[in-house]
Structure formats: C-alpha cells, structure tokens
Design a binder for this molecule. Structure first.
Ligand SMILES: Nc1ncnc2c1ncn2[C@@H]1O[C@H](COP(=O)(O)OP(=O)(O)OP(=O)(O)O)[C@@H](O)[C@H]1O
Ligand SMILES: O=c1ccn([C@@H]2O[C@H](COP(=O)(O)O)[C@@H](O)[C@H]2O)c(=O)[nH]1
Length: 255
C-alpha cells in the first residue's frame, strides 16, 4: 500500500499546506523519452519541459531523486546483439545515463533548480561518486539528486537502479515516467486494443510478465514493499497531479 509522507526536513503542517501526497519521491525518467522530436540523443525541449514539471514539485517541498535511463543513446543488450561484448555494452549504457543526467542537471540549473549528479561509477572531476547518506542529505536540503550510472553493475537496467535507489533513500514511491499511460495487458505500442490497469499487485505483474518494467526491479520493490506508479510523462501536469494524490497511470503495490 502507498505510504503517507515520511519524515524529513519539512514539517507535517508544511506538507498539509501544499497537500502533496509524498514527501520524497524517486522519479525514473525514460532515456528514450528524452529523444522527443530529435532523430537521436536528447531534445532540449523535452529536458526543459521536464525541468519545469520537476520544479513544480520542488516548489511545493517535495524531495526529488531521479534516475535517468540511457535507452536514447545505448543499451547493452542491443550492442551485444550487434556483436559487442555484453559487459562492455552495459558499461556504455551506464555511461549514457551519466550523459543524460548531466543534460538534465543543466536544464534544471537553467531553471534555477538546485541539483546534483551522483554516479555509481566513480568519475572524479565530472560528477560525485554515489554515497547514500550524502545523497539523502542533499535531498533533505531540497536539492534534486540525479542518481546516474545505474547500479554500477552490468546485466541490470535503470528500472532496477530506480527501485534500488528508491528503497535506499527511503522514498515514499517510485514514479516511473514513460511514453505510455500506464501498465497495459499487452504492449500498447504494438497492440492498439491493449487495455490499461489502474492497479496491479507485484505478483500480478510477475505472473503475467507485463513488460513495462523488468522483472528484477519488480522483485526488488515487492521484497521491500515499495509502491511504484507508472505514468505518462508526455501528459502535461500528470506528475504534479499524481504527487497531489490525483489518479494517473497504474499503481503497483502489494494490494
Ligand atoms: N504491458 C505493458 N504495459 C505498458 N507498456 C509496455 C508493456 N509491455 C511493453 N511496454 C513498453 O514498455 C515501454 C516502457 O518502457 P520505457 O521505454 O519507458 O522504459 P525503459 O525501457 O526502462 O526506458 P529507457 O528508454 O530509459 O531504457 C513502453 O513504451 C511500452 O511500449
Ligand atoms: O544498473 C545498470 C543500469 C543500466 N545498465 C546499462 O545501461 C543501459 C541503459 O539503461 P536502460 O535501463 O536500458 O535505459 C542498459 O540497457 C544497460 O546496458 C547496466 O548495465 N546496469
């Protein structure tokens, strides 16, 4: 079940004033969605729009941790299919997430939203190395924290990284921002007749092998009772709406 807001720097009465449902969130941004109208890579318009929406959350006192995917640049599995060593491909994929995080930080800072990039792979002189307690301190101080380089290990995805970081930072919820409206009974990109779920349990997602999130990530959130909400980032206002308790996308929890 989605929990009420957890303890942190702002008081209950402050949260009451802004009426946000969550105190601290982990937002997973799809790398692929960053391409927007561009042919490849990153569309600055998408970054600016996301920065605006994230800024609205910061403005009402919500602590925002972010994991960005890398699918717009490199995916290890795809590179491996093309003949590359899998681990090398995964390293390239993780480095792609650092590039996306740097671009997102740039957009946030241009919108005067204080933000930090931490990397699971040490990259001295470019970004800070991930350290949980430091990350939590930044969040508590109101900075947006971008957790990059996934888990730092090959054979994982940024969905797993998002769930892992969400659990580590004691987020109230993992919000998976994607290109579709939520979780469907089949891939809506390939099946126009797919129907959307409002709610699913972890076990239903696992049993039905619903492909919106990898199964390792679902096992992790199930084991730690971390609710996940999948929603459409291309729908203006959806992020703020769901943080305020509105109905958006699909909720996955223990039921
Ligand atoms: N049952 C399903 N319900 C919803 N979406 C599904 C389902 N099965 C497959 N998908 C596909 O999963 C995609 C969501 O993955 P998305 O690209 O947002 O995440 P990702 O692959 O983790 O991101 P990245 O681009 O960072 O690698 C949707 O675009 C959708 O087409
Ligand atoms: O913990 C991780 C996270 C990611 N990778 C590699 O990066 C790419 C991009 O991430 P997406 O989740 O697909 O957006 C991924 O395909 C992996 O190759 C990783 O190795 N470990």
């Amino acid at each position: 079940m989605e929990s009420a807001a957890k303890s942190g720097s702002s008081t209950k009465s402050e949260r009451g004033a802004n009426k946000s449902k969550y105190k601290r969130i982990l937002l997973k941004l799809s790398g692929e969605a960053l391409t927007g109208d561009a042919e490849f890579g990153i569309d600055p318009k998408v970054l600016d729009r996301m920065a605006l929406e994230i800024g609205q959350l910061v403005g009402i006192g919500v602590q925002v941790g972010i994991v960005v995917g890398g699918g717009n640049l490199f995916r290890g599995a795809a590179l491996h299919e093309a003949g590359m060593d899998r681990v090398t491909g995964d390293h390239m994929g993780m480095l792609a997430t650092v590039m996306n995080a740097l671009a997102m930080r740039d957009a946030l800072e241009r919108s005067n939203i204080r933000s930090r990039v931490m990397s699971a792979i040490p990259m001295s002189g470019v970004v800070e190395h991930y350290e949980r307690r430091t990350g939590i301190r930044y969040l508590t101080a109101g900075d947006v924290v971008l957790f990059s380089a996934g888990t730092g290990n090959p054979f994982f995805t940024t969905d797993s990284a998002a769930c892992l970081r969400g659990i580590e930072i004691d987020a109230d919820v993992v919000l998976k921002a994607t290109k579709v409206d939520g979780v469907f009974d089949k891939d809506p990109a390939r099946h126009p007749d797919a129907s959307q779920y409002d709610h699913l349990t972890y076990d239903e997602v696992l049993d039905q092998k619903l492909g919106v999130m990898d199964l390792t990530a679902i096992c992790l959130v199930r084991d730690h009772d971390m609710p996940v909400r999948v929603f459409n980032m291309n729908k203006p206002g959806a992020l703020l709406n769901l943080v305020m308790g509105g109905k958006e996308g699909t909720l996955i929890d223990r039921g």
